[in-house]
Design a protein around this ligand. Structure first.
Ligand code: ADP
Ligand code: MG
Length: 519
């Protein structure tokens, strides 16, 4: 099916085309016609299946831009998801001239009020802030014709039910209501009964729980050794873009601090960070000025990030669904991804519970030694030097240092100078700053699931060799020198060592249903 068969107006279709969408996704194909007919719709589909456009396109289609009133309201669970939806709606409505505003807590309400005053056809917001704005009479809902509950399961998980009900009660009864969710617990069905008019139910079955494109590994490691084990593996694997999941906010903070201390370009996100900071981190991650995003499950939920090559589960998730969701952040858009889960000995039982859900075994991975890590970073550094010497742009800068270089050359041997350069660029494992990560309470001991399961792994999983796969041959040139010592880091970054930005078309091709985790 083509988007052109969907009865959308020209200006919307043209924006969809410009976004590089060729075909509607299944949830879009089924819900857009219903929504265009004015029906109430409940749409259920996995994360990453295009639910935003599913409600967004028909909603935009209906907006009358001759009027300056708020005609559609989208309620979203988190600030990030609100911003993400706002951006997507803006993108498709720009040609038509639709004004889309997002509002959320943790950010100046005055500014948001001003933005609303300057005109809004569609408002996307988190429940608390929406209520605030309604109470202050800065947001009027009496002309809302379309009400959308996005990521409804997530909103309920976060305890927003009452807020949502309060908001719904202020929207005219004549409205059309659309509800989208990845899962459909009872409480959501109840909302459907209570607040919707004969809703049409559309459910796209989850294709697969995990993708074949993700190579899943586990590393059995003592709690106290986890951090060093992880950074060594990062050095050996040289991920392009990685997400590290931690169990708690404190964990995320500590991991981020530790990674930065060791020279990685890492930042963390979790619910306690202020709005601006979280958005900045996500933007940096998407723009490749960050290589490692450290996150809690909640903070990473539903976020649309493409190009993640590695997922590190610093803590094994207690809930197997979270695991599926976490590793679904990689292995997208037909590209291979890798997930590595660190499991402390008494948590081994959880591995089997996860495998029972994914129907796939994780392979054991041997931790890398300090030497291996050192070797790997050295190799990257050497290759980088070679490449730089072939780069005329870089060489042309050499001249600036001719005099100083001559002085140095007179004083030290070329071997000494080369050694010095390497000590600046390759971190010596001996000199690595110590990082202490506070102990989190481990998960309660659990025997492996399944019949007669025991907490022990079977022998075939032990001592398997580290699987280098094709990652060993992968072109590493794009992320070289990310681990230069702090002192020199700025310089290297300024010398064009950033990876090329992923183009937006690449990003769109990241749309795939098969590769996403279900919740
Ligand atoms: P969900 O809300 O179901 O988790 P999103 O609406 O966030 O999913 O969409 C995930 C990604 O897929 C976004 O980057 C979006 O732009 C993209 N996308 C949505 N629909 C299509 C489509 N028909 N073709 C290509 N990409 C799409
Ligand atoms: Mg969504």
């Amino acid at each position: 099916m083509k988007f052109t068969e969907l009865n959308l107006t020209e200006d919307i279709l043209s924006a969809v085309e410009k976004a590089g969408f060729t075909e509607p996704s299944p949830i879009q194909e089924l819900t857009i016609p219903l929504a265009l007919e004015g029906k109430d719709v409940i749409g259920q589909a996995q994360t990453g299946t295009g639910k935003t456009a599913a409600f967004g396109l028909p909603t935009l289609n209906k907006i009358d831009i001759a009027s300056n009133l708020v005609q559609a309201l989208v309620i979203a669970p988190t600030r990030e998801l609100a911003v993400q939806s706002q951006e997507e709606l803006f993108r498709f409505g720009r040609e038509k001239g639709v004004k889309v505003r997002s509002v959320y807590g943790g950010s100046s309400i005055e500014k948001q009020i001003k933005a609303l005053k300057s005109g809004a056809h569609i408002v996307v917001g988190t429940p608390g802030r929406l209520l605030d704005l309604i109470k202050r009479k800065a947001l009027k809902l009496n002309h809302v014709e379309t009400l959308i509950l996005d990521e409804a399961d997530e909103m309920l998980n976060m305890g927003f039910l009452e807020d949502i009900e309060a908001i719904i009660s202020r929207v005219p009864e004549t409205r059309q209501t659309l509800l989208f969710s990845a899962t459909m617990p009872e409480a959501i069905k109840r909302i459907g009964v209570q607040f919707m008019k004969n809703p049409e139910h559309v459910r796209i079955a989850a294709k697969e729980l995990t993708t074949d494109l993700v190579d899943q590994y586990y590393v059995r490691v003592k709690e106290q050794e986890k951090f060093d084990t992880m950074t060594r593996l990062i050095d050996v694997e040289q991920p392009d873009l990685a997400i590290v999941f931690g169990r708690t906010k404190r964990r995320v903070d500590e991991l981020t601090r530790g990674l930065k201390l060791r020279g990685y370009r890492a930042e963390g996100i979790h619910g306690d960070l202020d709005q601006g900071k979280r958005l900045r981190v996500l933007r940096d991650f998407k723009n490749d000025t960050l290589d490692i995003l450290v996150a809690t499950d909640v903070a990473a939920r539903g976020l649309d990030i493409s190009g993640v090559t590695h997922v590190y589960n610093y803590d094994i998730p207690q809930d197997p669904e979270s695991y599926v969701h976490r590793i679904g952040r990689t292995g997208r858009a037909g590209r291979h991804g890798q997930s590595i889960t660190f499991v402390s000995p008494n948590e081994m039982g959880y591995l089997q519970i996860i495998e029972n859900l994914t129907k796939k075994r994780m392979k054991g991975m041997k931790p890398a030694t300090a030497e291996e890590a050192f070797h790997a970073t050295k190799k990257v550094a050497l290759k980088k030097i070679e490449r730089d010497f072939e780069d005329d742009n870089i060489r042309s800068n050499f001249e600036k240092f001719t005099d100083d270089a001559q002085k140095l050359a007179a004083e030290f041997s070329s071997e000494e100078l080369a050694q010095y350069i390497l000590t600046l660029t390759v971190q010596d494992p001996e000199m690595m700053p110590k990082v202490e990560i506070a102990r989190e309470k481990p998960l309660p001991f659990k025997f492996g699931g399944g019949k007669g399961g025991s907490g022990r792994r079977r022998d075939d999983r032990r001592g398997s060799r580290r699987d280098y796969g094709d990652s060993r041959n992968r072109d590493r040139s794009r992320r070289e020198f990310k681990r230069v010592s702090n002192k020199n880091r700025k310089d290297f970054e300024n010398k064009g060592n950033k990876r090329p930005h992923r183009t937006s078309s690449e990003k769109q091709s990241g749309f795939t249903i098969r590769n996403k985790g279900d919740r």
